[in-house]
Structure formats: C-alpha cells, structure tokens
Ligand binder design. Structure first.
Ligand SMILES: [Zn+2]
Ligand SMILES: [Zn+2]
Length: 290
C-alpha cells in the first residue's frame, strides 16, 4: 500500500541504457535549475555565497553523505530515530529524490556494480552514468518489486514513506524563506546554484569515480579513488575504498584522504548521536561484492 503511494507518479517503464525516452518532467526541472544557476552569477552578493556554501554542506554532507549514503543505504552506524529523520530532511533538500528511491537505486548499484542491472554504470557510456540514466526512463522512480526487495526497512517506516512522497516540500519551503529574507540573490544562490553543483557532485561519484582515478583495491567493478571528487562531495570520492568496504562509515582510509563526512560522523560519535560505528581498517581483508 505504502509503496504504491510512493510510486503513484510512475508512468514510464524501467529505464534502460540506450532507450530514447526522455522523462520530460525531470528534464524540464533540470533545465530550469541550470538556467537559475547561470542567472545566479548576475545576482552575486557575499551573503548569498555564504548561504549557498552553508546549505551545500547541510544538504551534501549531513544529508546525502552522512544521512542517505552512510546511514540509510549502508547502515554504517546507528543513530536515534529523530536524528535519522533530521538527516533525511537535510538530504531531501539536495533534491535527489526521497529516501526509498535514492537508497533502492544505490543498493541496486552495489548489488550489480558495473554489471547488467547497474542503474548508472559508465560501461553504458560516460554521459549515461553521469545524468543520462536520470533523464531517460524511470531510474529515479523504481518499481514496487524493487522497493519491496531492496528497501523493506525504509518501506516499513511511515516517516520515510511520507517524506519520499513529498520530498520536494522542504526545498519549496526553504526557497520561500530564502526569498523573503534575501530576495533573488539568496534564492538563486541558496537553491538553484547550490542544488545544481550538488547534483553534479553526486553524479560525479557515479561517473568520474567509476572511470578516472586510482584503484587501491581490486574490487569486481570499475570504482576508483578521486581526491577532487572527494573534495566536492565531502569524502564520497574515495569510492574504490567504499566498494571494498561498503558498510564502513569511514571512506578516506589514510590520514591524507580528506573525508569530511567521516569527521562529521566522528563528531556525532563524541556527542553520543552515532553508535556502533563500522570502520574499515587497511589491515583487514576487504569485502568484495560478488
Ligand atoms: Zn559505485
Ligand atoms: Zn554506497
């Protein structure tokens, strides 16, 4: 019942690389966001820049990295439910979809990394891995059987189902608040440009860190470590380390592998908000997905 609510906007069949079916709703939103992002350069103020940087951290680090990825998708640590919900609200403000769909897509990626069934492998093309898989077909939506199979934990949680259905609402509220406080500069920088940069940063993890970079571990996929993707994504660019140790809450495994999301989780641990933190060790044998 709950999954059908989440899927009520599903109209297109499951996406396939090479399919020529443009998802007009998503494509229109992407164009609008990019136009707003370009317009932001004509409305620069220092305050708008600081607002954008702060919200980039809230959505990208607290939300996507610490929340969606390391907590919800891989359960690399345990946190109180209220704090899990807070991180989820941060994550939806990145406008990458609700938790059920984001996490399902990501768990499918780990099940079939760069193999038949991977939603966004560069084996199907660099552009496909970056954004093509979102613009074509139905990758962001999933079907009911995928939801039931890959995210039964989240589908059983009323809050996660509710916020997946209304994932755009916090961003709309935030946009109104920013416009009231700081007019066009706050709106364009804090919403449009900030979201566009965040989207491309996340997409680079699917494209760049499955194409370019170094491979510390001989994982059964194309994943790489990339310092510049790691800087843009608060540590998600140590992606070869991550495919070797998917459950580890720490992705940067050496002191010089800057992993801001891990520093955040470390702070949460000191505050008593993160427990049972899974941490990979270089001396331990890595996990290789089959
Ligand atoms: Zn990957
Ligand atoms: Zn992952």
């Amino acid at each position: 019942m709950s999954t059908t609510r989440v899927l009520r906007f599903n109209t297109l069949p499951k996406n396939q690389a090479g399919a020529k079916r443009l998802n007009l709703l998503i494509a229109s939103f992407m164009i609008l966001l990019h136009v707003g992002a370009i317009a932001s350069f004509f409305f620069f103020t220092w305050n708008a820049l600081f607002v954008a940087i702060f919200l980039y951290w809230v959505a990208g680090s607290l939300g996507i990295g610490i929340g969606y990825h390391r907590l919800l998708a891989h359960r690399g640590y345990v946190t109180p439910k209220w704090f899990e919900y807070f991180l989820t609200v941060c994550a939806v403000s990145a406008l990458e979809g609700g938790p059920l769909l984001w996490v399902a897509t990501h768990r499918v990626h780990h099940q079939f990394p760069d193999k038949e069934g991977d939603p966004h492998s560069p084996r199907d093309g660099k552009w496909w891995a970056h954004v093509g898989w979102i613009l074509v077909g139905n990758a962001l939506r999933q079907d009911a059987s995928t939801i039931d199979r890959y995210v039964p934990d989240l589908a059983a949680d009323k809050f996660h189902v509710w916020i997946t259905e209304y994932h755009f609402v916090p961003t709309v509220i935030l946009a109104i608040v920013l416009f009231v406080i700081g007019g066009w500069p706050f709106l364009l920088w804090g919403i449009f440009l900030r979201i566009v940069v965040g989207l491309h940063a996340t997409w680079l993890v699917n494209s760049a860190t499955h194409i370019w970079g170094s491979r510390r571990f001989d994982t059964r996929d194309l994943s790489t470590n990339s310092w510049w993707v790691a800087l843009l994504t608060f540590g998600e660019g140590w992606h070869n380390n991550h495919h070797a140790f998917p459950v580890s809450a720490r992705h940067g495994l050496k002191w010089y592998e800057i992993d801001v999301n891990w520093y955040g989780i470390w702070v949460l641990k000191q505050l008593g908000l993160a427990k049972n933190v899974n941490r990979a060790k270089l001396s331990a044998p890595p996990y290789f997905s089959a």
